[in-house]
Design a protein around this ligand. Structure first.
Ligand code: OOG
Ligand code: NI
Length: 464
């Protein structure tokens, strides 16, 4: 029996669109930011035909206007394991392990995203997903109280859970079920004004760490930001104030370059929003800050060698100059960053020759023509030399722990407690997840190998 299942790519695209519409109505600044990003992207593509052609060849142009990532914070291993199943129906799988405890943030995380190149080029929707580490609460009774509150909530609707079982049993969802699944799953990410606790409980948890209160005191893991991808983050950052949005002082990640690497991000501060605490005589007014906006510019994925160089230069810049919570020192830091990164080659040819980054290979039209007459080489370097083969950056689809820490931090007040003795634990995270996380490096290496293999076979000399 063949069934008409909706593809997981399609379910992901519908979900990403539904999430964007919901967040636009919840946080209007997000809509403003999306419009600004679209304007700048259009200008950039018009001004730089080479960039447009390169994005077209690597399959990124068509996905650009649909491209976004979000983030949630979960409270229990059970929630994490179930969300992994929900995302799997959408073709999103956990990639990478991020230990934020090194930055004094009581979570560890992964990113759910598509993993094969075809799915990525349809829609690369990603959700940065963190699991709260309650072991950070030193006060034993407070920790037990938090566990207790979390054990009483169910962040998924009955409908979502039933359709999840159905999708797993049948191997997919038909049209009506897929549509309903998207709507039911969306409920998990919705903002709820009503806290599940009273003010005193909220304040006790917030004192242990603001993030703990954000996770524990609400019915579900509200989506806390949604991030469009810009082709020119400096231009968007510069124009944000004109649109009534004030960004954080420093762009996270590498400096501006001719050949962008990894990921650059900036966010605007979380909004102070009205919430209602449970009270003895009905609801009590309060405020909570959780939701913010962010933009990102993506560059090329680096090999382990390139990544080691990036980490080294970033660490050096960070010890040269530091930025205060007020934003003071931002320009010294930027100078240091730019200076340190002069050691990172800024042209694709050197980056490729030195094995610093991953590339996507495409045969050129003249190469295909020459293959017909049997004149092509079988060696990639010779093919490139002859103009028969071209290479474009493979985009970095993941996140950066130091940058993520900066994004978290910019949305927390400085009274956050840090616990230097806490260490990340990938095995504990994977146990909670009930599966292993994918290793991002091998995904990029595989994508590069596949593109070389298919280009070489298209360019194989046809006639002798
Ligand atoms: C996640 C922050 C990290 C990013 O883009 O690095 C992040 C959070 O605040 O929950 O989204
Ligand atoms: Ni983000």
């Amino acid at each position: 029996m063949t069934r008409n299942f909706v593809s997981s790519d399609d379910i992901r695209s519908r979900f990403s669109r539904a999430m964007s519409a919901m967040y636009r109505s919840e946080v209007p600044q997000y809509g403003t930011l999306v419009e600004l990003v679209e304007e700048i992207n259009d200008l950039r593509l018009r001004d730089d035909p080479d960039l447009a052609a390169s994005l077209e060849r690597s399959g990124e142009l068509s996905r650009l206007s649909e491209e976004r990532h979000g983030a949630i914070r979960l409270g229990t291993p059970g929630e994490l394991a179930t969300i992994a199943r929900v995302f799997a129906v959408m073709g999103m799988h956990p990639v990478g392990y991020y230990d934020l405890s090194v930055a004094g943030i009581p979570v560890h995380s992964t990113a759910f995203r598509p993993i094969d190149p075809a799915a990525l080029s349809k829609n690369p929707f990603r959700i940065f997903t963190s699991l709260l580490r309650l072991d950070w609460i030193e006060d034993e009774s407070l920790r037990r109280e938090a566990e207790d509150i979390l054990s009483r909530r169910s962040i998924f609707t009955e409908g979502a859970l039933a359709l999840l079982d159905k999708a797993e049993q049948d191997g997919g969802l038909g049209e009506a079920d897929a549509e309903r699944f998207v709507q039911e799953a969306l409920e998990t990410f919705r903002w709820h004004e009503a806290a599940t606790v009273d003010r005193a409980t909220y304040e006790r948890l917030a004192k242990a760490h603001r993030l703990i209160a954000d996770v524990v005191c609400f019915r579900g893991p509200h989506i806390n930001h949604l991030t469009p991808r810009t082709l020119d983050i400096d231009a968007v950052q510069a124009m944000m104030p004109q649109r009534g949005i004030s960004p954080k002082a420093v762009i996270e990640g590498p400096p501006r370059r001719l050949c962008p690497i990894l990921l650059r991000q900036t966010s605007f501060k979380a909004l102070e929003e009205a919430i209602a605490f449970q009270g003895q005589n009905g609801a009590e007014d309060g405020t909570h800050t959780a939701r913010f906006g962010e933009i990102e510019q993506r560059g090329i994925a680096l090999t382990p060698k390139g990544r080691a160089l990036y980490d080294k230069l970033l660490n050096e810049a960070r010890s040269d100059a530091s930025v205060a919570a007020s934003g003071e020192g931002a320009s010294d830091y930027e100078t240091a960053l730019t200076h340190r990164f002069t050691d990172f080659p800024d042209n694709w040819t050197s980056m490729r020759a030195e094995g610093l980054a991953y590339f996507h290979y495409t045969p050129t039209q003249s190469g295909l023509d020459r293959a017909e007459s049997g004149e092509t080489s079988t060696d990639p370097d010779a093919l490139i030399e002859a103009g028969d083969l071209t290479f474009d950056p493979i985009v970095y689809e993941d996140f950066l722990p130091v940058s993520a820490a900066g994004i978290f931090q910019s949305n927390l007040s400085s009274d956050a407690q840090t616990n230097a003795s806490a260490k990340g634990s990938k095995p504990a995270f994977e146990a909670a997840l009930s599966r292993a996380v994918h290793d991002e490096t091998s995904l990029y290496a595989k994508a590069e190998e596949a593109s070389i293999a298919s280009a070489l076979s298209a360019l194989a000399p046809r006639r002798r």
